[in-house]
Design a protein around this ligand. Structure first.
Ligand code: HEC
Ligand code: HEC
Ligand code: HEC
Length: 158
């Protein structure tokens, strides 16, 4: 008799524990949703993936760019893997064609949110270089302008 009693006590305790567990599981998703509510919405980059792991890029892209900049400026090293031009090519917005024309554009979305201001765009283009100039004036200009000829040569001196 005593054994049966214990078993039924244990049984109701287990049911109680299961109830608590279920409540916790049900509560979890709404908590997560609340935490993510005001994250900025980002346009997805072009291509399959970023130059590094996405999560790494979220946290460390500034290091890549800064480090790169210092090497470029002070030691004359220039690689293309983490080039700013590359970021712009893949992350320019479909709508504005730029990474920083509006607050929704890729480089601006998070920075506005995080109150980071970049001076990069004083010197660097926010839009990809036109690869296919429209057949009309742009193409004609490319042939005739000595300035264009220079830049198409990578700016190298003849
Ligand atoms: C005063 C002008 C100026 C400013 C401001 C500036 N840069 Fe540069 N940057 C240059 C010049 C000049 C070069 C070397 C020429 C080149 O490689 O095109 C360069 C090269 C680079 C390169 C290597 C080349 C490439 O295309 O990737 C990176 C990366 C870079 N800068 C990142 C940045 C970032 C990020 C910022 C903002 C935090 C910034 N720069 C701000 C002038 C500037
Ligand atoms: C070849 C195209 C390509 C290049 C070049 C590129 N990216 Fe990306 N990037 C992507 C794609 C695609 C994703 C989305 C990947 C995913 O969803 O897992 C992404 C994701 C990111 C993210 C995370 C966005 C998010 O949703 O949180 C950051 C930050 C980022 N890139 C920054 C950069 C920077 C800075 C550079 C230049 C150093 C760069 N990317 C160069 C294609 C590119
Ligand atoms: C997923 C959000 C996100 C995206 C997208 C993003 N950034 Fe950032 N970026 C940040 C945050 C957050 C910081 C500030 C980090 C800190 O203060 O430690 C930052 C800082 C930087 C810095 C250093 C600024 C400074 O003065 O220290 C540079 C340079 C930079 N980002 C470049 C870029 C470029 C270029 C792009 C677009 C290709 C870009 N970021 C897109 C979140 C983002």
């Amino acid at each position: 008799m005593a054994r049966l009693d214990l078993a039924s006590k244990l049984g109701s305790w287990l049911r109680f524990a299961a109830l608590i567990g279920a409540a916790a599981v049900l509560a979890a998703p709404s908590f997560q949703a609340a935490a993510g509510v005001d994250k900025p919405k980002l346009e997805r980059g072009k291509g399959e993936r970023c130059v590094e792991d996405t999560d790494f890029m979220r946290r460390n892209h500034m290091q890549l760019l800064k480090h790169h900049r210092d090497e470029t400026m002070h030691r004359g090293i220039r690689t293309t893997k983490h080039s700013l031009k590359g970021c712009v090519e893949c992350h320019a917005s479909e709508k504005t064609g730029s990474v920083a024309a509006t607050k929704e554009d890729f480089c601006m979305a998070c920075h506005t949110y995080a109150s980071v201001k970049l001076d990069c765009w004083d010197c660097h283009a926010t839009k990809p270089m036109a690869k296919k100039p429209a057949k009309t004036e742009a193409a004609a200009e490319a042939k005739t302008s000595p300035l264009m000829a220079n830049t198409q040569n990578g700016g190298a001196k003849p």
